[in-house]
Design a protein around this ligand. Structure first.
Ligand code: AMP
Ligand code: MG
Length: 443
């Protein structure tokens, strides 16, 4: 970033009125630069962290060919001889082998086998030299040290796992940018890797604005509401595994806002606020931001969430290029509690993931049939709260929740998905297919 590269120059006057969600996301992608500091951590500290390096497998996993089932390992070439005689009388397909030893996981069989000999083998045990096939124990009749089984249907190489089948030495095991899940932690352990490089966690400061806000424990004076946004934001940010810095409630007062912005930008990579971004009397946020940084856009063509500010804030006392590089990105969310959640998931989350260095897939979307008509005005993207269920035939249906007011937070708890109605979409009639974004794995 440079001072001359002003964010607001990348959007036209017209778009600046109410930017489409797609255009806003594109601007955010440009401005959300990943944190560069990297730390090496032990595996068990890496869950949900962003991998900072490609991990290449130093070994074959599994290291040896091994048995996929409990049974008897033998040289599969003998199968061809046996099944070739299927036209013959009686038991021409029966194969008899002599048991020459045992192989257990961790206890390989190291002897040599003669023709028509086999080794009793348990799952995971290395295949003895010369053996490539395992007949499962339940297909075998054993008398003393001899087994007999029907060779039809058993192919050479059956029930054997190949060395390197999971991951071959030199193969890319995990990509840089991966947000590490349980399977990834186990995968690294299977490679014998004790620690990896991860990016430092993003620091995100947040505060609420509004003279009407009261904190839990305070009396609720007439006309006041408890500040729920700070709790919702705390929870949503915690799920993203960022470092959260709660700066409390800021009054609708320019001096208080200046102090909040300055201290937030000083300590955080990103600053989130809620409320005070609409064009009401008490909306100082925009004017304040214009003196402390710059503003990229101020209104989004989305519902809920039309008032939404994006810009950056300079840390105190920084000048020129250094100031730009250390600027914190600012996301001014609306005050209404549902609008906070909708804008967080649809706009902010992706930007914070990019800033964290994550190469995360977009949230899952499915097609569902609307059970009721939905009014929709073209020219803005709408995110309704929906209740989706799966039909017997595997298809999805979705019903909007009773309230779609951006102030009714209980509708978010009642819903299990967003219904996404695209920018140019008009009214929906019952039975139309709509896109839904399940909350599962997101919220
Ligand atoms: P604003 O965007 O500041 O005009 O706020 C819009 C609506 O959201 C108002 O009804 C506010 O009382 C409400 N609101 C703003 N901030 C919060 C908050 N932190 N917790 C709960 N409601 C809020
Ligand atoms: Mg307000």
């Amino acid at each position: 970033m440079t001072t001359s590269d002003n964010i607001s120059s990348c959007i036209s006057e017209h778009e600046a009125q109410a930017l489409s969600v797609g255009a806003a996301q594109a601007i955010l992608r440009r401005w959300a630069q990943p944190v560069t500091t990297v730390e090496r951590l032990a595996l068990r500290s890496c869950l949900d962290r962003v991998l900072a390096e490609d991990v290449v497998s130093p070994i074959d996993v599994p290291a040896h060919d091994n048995a996929a089932m409990d049974g008897y390992a033998f040289a599969g070439a003998v199968l061809a001889e046996t099944t070739a005689g299927t036209q013959g009388p009686g038991d021409a397909t029966q194969l008899a082998l002599d048991v020459a030893g045992r192989a257990l996981a961790g206890h390989p069989f190291t002897g040599a086998l003669a023709a028509r000999q086999c080794v009793r083998i348990m799952t995971g045990a290395p295949m003895p030299a010369g053996c490539d096939t395992v007949v499962p124990q339940e297909l075998v009749t054993r008398s003393g040290e001899r087994i007999v089984f029907d060779a039809r249907g058993l192919e050479r190489g059956a029930n054997r796992r190949r060395a390197g089948e999971d991951l071959a030495r030199g193969c890319l095991a995990l990509h840089a940018g991966r947000i590490m899940r349980a399977s990834d932690i186990g995968l690294l352990a299977s490679l014998g890797i004790a620690e990896v490089a991860v990016r430092r966690r993003l620091r995100v400061a947040f505060f609420s604005t509004g003279d009407e806000l009261r904190s839990i424990g305070e009396p609720l004076d007439t006309g006041c509401v408890y500040d729920s946004n700070r709790y919702t934001l705390w929870a949503m940010l915690t799920r993203l595994n960022v470092e959260v810095l709660d700066l409390g409630v800021v009054r609708d007062d320019p001096a208080a806002l200046v102090t909040a912005f300055r201290s937030a930008a000083q300590c955080a990579d990103a600053v989130l606020s809620s409320g005070g971004v609409s064009v009401g009397e008490a909306d100082f946020t925009r004017r304040t931001l214009e003196t402390l940084g710059d503003v990229a856009f101020w209104q989004l063509a989305m519902r809920p969430g039309r008032p939404f500010a994006f810009g950056r804030v300079w840390p105190d006392g920084q000048q020129g290029r250094e100031r730009d590089e250390r600027a914190a990105l600012y996301f001014g969310l609306p005050g209404n509690p549902v609008a906070v959640m909708a804008t967080f998931y649809q706009i902010v989350r992706g930007a914070l993931l990019s800033m964290s260095g994550a190469d995360a897939p977009a949230p899952l979307q499915l097609a569902a049939s609307a059970t009721a008509p939905i009014k929709k005005r073209p020219g803005r993207t709408e995110y309704l709260r929906g209740i989706a269920s799966r039909e017997h035939d595997g298809s999805w249906r979705v019903t909007p929740t009773r309230s779609q007011s951006s102030g009714v937070l209980s509708s978010m708890s009642e819903a299990n998905c967003f219904i996404i109605l695209a920018h140019q979409q008009g009214d929906i009639v019952a039975g139309d297919s709509v896109d839904i974004m399940p909350f599962e794995g997101l919220i």
